[in-house]
Write a protein that binds this ligand. Sequence first.
Ligand SMILES: Nc1nc2c(ncn2[C@@H]2O[C@H](COP(=O)(O)OP(=O)(O)OP(=O)(O)O)[C@@H](O)[C@H]2O)c(=O)[nH]1
Length: 518
Amino acid sequence: MKDSDIAVSQIALMKQKLHSARTALEEFNKDRNDKLKTLIQFIGQLSLACKGQNLELDNKLAKLRHNLHDFDQIDEALPELVDIERLLKGQYNQTMAKLEESRTGLSKVIRQIQRVNSAPDKVKKEVNYFKQELSKPFHTVWEYIPKVEKLIGFYEDILQLQFNNPDDIDILPQHIQLARELAVKISEIEFRKDQRDQVLVMKEVLLGDITLSTLLESYQTIISLLLDNIAREKSASQDFLYALNDALTVVRDVVNNSHNSNERSAQLKQQLNNEINLRVDNAGGLITDIEDIADLKTQLTVQLSSLRDALSRKEALEQREQAILRNSINAMRKELNSITQEANSFKEKLFEHQKLNLLDPLTQLANRTALEDRMDQEYRNHIRFKTPLWIAVTDIDHFKMVNDNFGHSTGDKTLQVIAMALKNSLRESEFVARYGGEEFVLLLPDITEENISILLNRVREKIKNIPFKFKNQKITVTLSIGAAQVMENETIEEAFERADAALYKAKNNGRDRVVIDI
Ligand SMILES: Nc1nc2c(ncn2[C@@H]2O[C@H](COP(=O)(O)OP(=O)(O)OP(=O)(O)O)[C@@H](O)[C@H]2O)c(=O)[nH]1
């Protein structure tokens, strides 16, 4: 074969190879584009799945989807990818941190559920198992949601049980606090004798292990007892008013009757007086007109007899009048006596109430109302006579410990002893009141600035030296005292505030001391 023929056949072969290579390249390009399109579609779908986690990411992905949609614009999408990659990475870290946070949150909720004593045993067991499960970290949000659902299920079970047995609703610390406060309050109220046993029992219950329903019942009972007392007082005053009204009606009738009979008597008397005058006139006329003595004697005898008759009728009338008057007076006296008795017993009751309203039933010291009255009175004297006036506020130290360690009734007795000791350590002119709880207020007129500290420290020492013995244990009870003198142009309330602030200082400086605000 000639060289030229060889060259031609080689060229033909190369052409053929080139054609095959081009066809292969076209097929490869087509295949690559198909795969790329599939990939782009997939990215589009994936980006939709990420939607809703982060707004910036959503916007970027929307833009990416738009750019990828037109195959020719694919180059424009490339720079966006860097940003999107950064956002996706951040989003991943954030999601993981949030999931960990949520896991801790759920563990807290679990601990709360475990504290619910009334939870059924089945729930308690499941909660324990669930707690172990919860110790493993979550990897996706979808692992988290069923856990939350499970927790809600536990709550549902517990609530369901409590709705079915409302008596078992858990009593919270604030309920117990309310019960204790109610116990203190009812010991400050004076109940009737026949109510006292019931109140004592209630106080014991309130200070013991109480359920919520017992607490509510106690509130209801106390309100009923108080309403009953109010109703009784109302009916006692009503009875008194009715009795007063009846007595006044009787007195009015008596007065009316005696007035009417007086009028009738006055008319009769007038008639009799006229008759007597007429007889006297007639007798006078006879003396001047008749000259014959015998005739005169006869006529005069007739006139005198008529006169005697009229006079005796007048006397009878006057006697009847006096009898009526006496009866009226007696009837009125009787009514007045009975109404005076009623009024006295009502007054006594009022006085008792008034006294009770001013006395603290536990310690028998003056109460807050009485203190306010006395503060007014002492302040007026202080202004009028320019005498010094001190006010001291005192509070027992760590009194809660006495209650907590030895019981509330020991606490009550301690208060009584301290109240008595305070009262006994003051002069007649001085005054002490229970201000509330374990706090007392002293009003001390006529004390000089040099003496106030001596006096109050003496009171403090006196209380400190009381040999209290609880459960065979010797206990020292101390007081903190704050005092202030009423200054010129100052109200007693302002001085009280200063004394209270001084008490606060005494407490803060270590208790068992007197602080005087000068
Ligand atoms: N037994 C009894 N306790 C009372 C009465 N009134 C108040 N308390 C108790 O007095 C205590 C006062 O406690 P806190 O206010 O904490 O004061 P504290 O323990 O005295 O401590 P400090 O005042 O800070 O020294 C509480 O436990 C009250 O329940 C009462 O009439 N009887």
